[in-house]
Design a protein around this ligand. Structure first.
Ligand code: SPV
Ligand code: MN
Length: 628
């Protein structure tokens, strides 16, 4: 169909103003998606958001008017509830649509494309009756840059439409400029039938299907942001495929600008949900550039990175004035914030671990809440959900980095990988090389699954903390990663951190939450070549004397040799056991690059040699070789 025919087919659903908003768009595919979404979902009307202040405020108003959000006492603050069974990403129902003549490895959750399309089409059919379909155009990455990917979502949720105003950069203008045929990512989302609390009713029929052949994602019968905001993890899956075929990286990274003695050093970091990613990105005195997603490109031999987003959809549990002073201040000051799945009492938001007593009554995602409440299965209902979140624009933070919208991105000095590892890795270490670091810390990242996915409590490998979103074979993904580093002239350092190390045979954590700031400073100073490090079998570790100074400078406190000896002890049996688990994991897969096995074997040899010389649990003082 040509443009006129496409627009004519929407004529009775669009008033003149909305019609004119679409007239300036020449990308027929974008127009066609709107027509198809309208025919399938049958909304009573369509609202096209042009990113004008008027349109953005209309979305805010409608989120309140429909009851998808409600106001809190503080100006600009609203809250939204997802249903009790719709509180996290759902791996089981998130599937790739695979055409008959294509192949995806069996560990990627999938369904035959035609069958999946039929199923999702039936679920979406008529799903927007009596509702408005909102069309949002946005960009992933800064506008008009080498990194930019255009993105569009049709949704019937004002909450989703509102969230993206805070989380993504406006893209209507970019779509006007886009030529017909220009590629973009697309999501069609419907929350499905809603109850009187404006919560999705048919969560049992929740589906998130990814049609990578069309760069399209369908999401239905769910509201939780991670399932419904197409630009987040849904688009990440599409971006990973694109990145792997074009030789760049789309990653689950935060980015922090760290002030070192020699200027600002940017470090990216991958941590599974609930493992300290946002709090690392948000360290006081440093600058946050990204909290969740980054694109990395080789630009003239340098690894440069941008934030895919421009806002935070962050976990709120345990955000308190001691541990996260910056974000706590934002969350308790006037300004545009959407709280989700928290406890509300007398118009005030509350969450577990906020550092003050919670009221005994209120309302939360389960309805009326009171101390001692249990759900249908007899489990106690917490005041706020563990995966309760806040949504806020990064620009609302006083520590937002000045380069957030830099079209060239920032030069990455290092990449950090950190999981939830109670027994093995030291709190911070540096890889001997790109390949060593990527494999030992990134591809070997193990963690306990946390509450942001629905199967809690299981230990598992979570490659680069992105495994949930990998949309190609793991081998292909890892090869691309390794090659990316090899093609750089200036290679970022690779670090492994572990905030969760416990004392041997004890449940006691060896670090306080604030210590991460010292590790981050150490890493920045390694990048700027201010400090030497000690070579151990698993990586380069800090010198005690340097940490002693850094603890004093950063946290204003003493750091004792006895703490260092415990924290940086090389635990040979735990490390060898880890290598075995990781090797077993990769041996079961096809097309894994040989380097993986080589690096693991070398690490194993180094550990065995060290054990022969010094025993199972090695005091870091045993290692004498220092490197700059
Ligand atoms: C995560 O779980 O990694 C998040 C939130 O950042 S979600 O949008 O659910 O992916
Ligand atoms: Mn994330």
């Amino acid at each position: 169909m040509n443009k006129k025919a496409l627009l004519d087919s929407l004529r009775d659903k669009l008033n003149t103003q909305e019609y004119e908003k679409l007239l300036v768009i020449s990308n027929l595919k974008a127009l066609n998606y709107i027509v198809e979404a309208y025919r399938l979902c049958e909304p009573k009307e369509i609202f096209i958001c042009t990113d004008s202040e008027e349109d953005l405020s209309y979305i805010r108003e409608m989120a309140l008017k429909t009851g998808e959000e409600k106001s809190l006492n503080t100006s600009g603050h609203t809250y939204h509830f997802d249903g009790p069974k719709d509180q996290a990403r759902d791996r089981k129902v998130t599937k790739f649509l695979v055409p008959k003549d294509d192949f995806l490895p069996s560990y990627l959750n999938q369904i035959e494309r035609e069958e999946g399309l039929r199923e999702i089409t039936e679920l979406l059919r008529g799903s927007m009756r009596e509702k408005t379909m909102i069309v949002r155009f946005l960009t992933l990455g800064p506008v008009n840059s080498e990194f930019t990917i255009l993105c569009m979502e049709c949704t019937d949720s004002w909450y989703v439409a509102h969230s993206v105003s805070l989380l993504y950069r406006p893209g209507y203008k970019a779509f006007i400029q886009a030529k017909n045929g220009e590629e973009f990512f697309y999501t069609l989302h419907s929350a499905g039938r809603l109850n009187q609390d404006m919560v999705s009713v048919d969560v049992e029929k929740r589906r998130v299907y990814i049609d990578y052949t069309q760069n399209t994602v369908y999401s239905v019968n769910t509201q939780y942001g991670g399932n419904s905001i197409g630009f987040k993890k849904l688009a990440l899956r599409l971006a990973i495929r694109k990145a792997c075929s074009e030789g760049w990286l789309a990653e689950h990274f935060m980015i922090i600008g760290v002030n070192s003695g020699r200027g600002k050093i940017y470090l990216a970091g991958a941590f599974p949900s609930g493992c300290g990613k946002t709090s690392t990105a948000m360290l006081p005195g440093e600058n946050i550039l990204a909290d969740d997603l980054a694109y990395l490109r080789n630009i003239r031999g340098v690894a440069r990175a941008v934030n895919v987003e421009c806002g935070i959809f962050g976990i709120i549990q345990n955000v308190n004035p001691q541990d996260d002073p910056l974000i706590y201040k934002v969350l308790t000051s006037p300004g545009e914030i959407i709280f989700s799945n928290i406890l509300v009492s007398n118009g005030e938001p509350y969450w577990s671990g906020m550092g003050k007593e919670l009221p005994s009554h209120g309302i939360n995602y389960s309805g009326k809440w009171y101390v001692g409440k249990v759900d249908e299965e007899g489990n106690s209902v917490p005041p706020s959900h563990k995966n309760a979140r806040y949504t806020v624009a990064l620009k609302a933070l006083e520590n937002c980095d000045e380069n957030l919208d830099n079209r060239e991105g920032v030069e990455l000095g290092g990449i950090i990988f950190g999981g939830r590892d109670y027994q093995g890795y030291v709190p911070v270490q540096e890889g001997f090389s790109w390949v060593h670091g990527i494999i030992s810390y990134g591809a070997s990242l193990e963690t306990e699954a946390t509450f942001a996915v629905l199967e809690e409590g299981k230990f598992e490998i979570n490659i680069m903390s992105i495994q949930d979103f990998i949309s190609v074979s793991l081998g292909k993904y890892l090869k691309n990663y390794i090659k990316f580093g090899k093609n750089l002239k200036k290679v970022p350092k690779v670090f492994g951190v572990n905030y969760f190390l416990k004392d041997l045979g004890s449940e006691e954590f060896l670090n306080s939450k604030l210590d991460k700031h010292v590790w981050v400073k150490w890493m920045a100073k390694r990048v700027s070549k201010e400090l030497k490090a000690i070579k151990t079998p698993t990586g380069l570790i800090p010198k005690y004397e340097d940490l002693k100074i850094l603890f004093r400078e950063v946290l204003g406190r003493d750091y004792f040799l006895s703490n260092y000896a415990k924290q940086f002890m090389i635990r040979v049996p735990e490390n060898l056991a880890k290598i075995k688990r990781v090797r077993k994991f990769y041996e079961g897969l096809k097309d894994i690059p040989d380097e993986i096995f080589k690096v693991l074997a070398e690490q194993e040899t180094r550990l065995i040699e060290a054990k022969e010389n010094f025993g199972d649990y090695i005091n870091p003082a045993c290692f004498k070789e220092e490197v700059l």
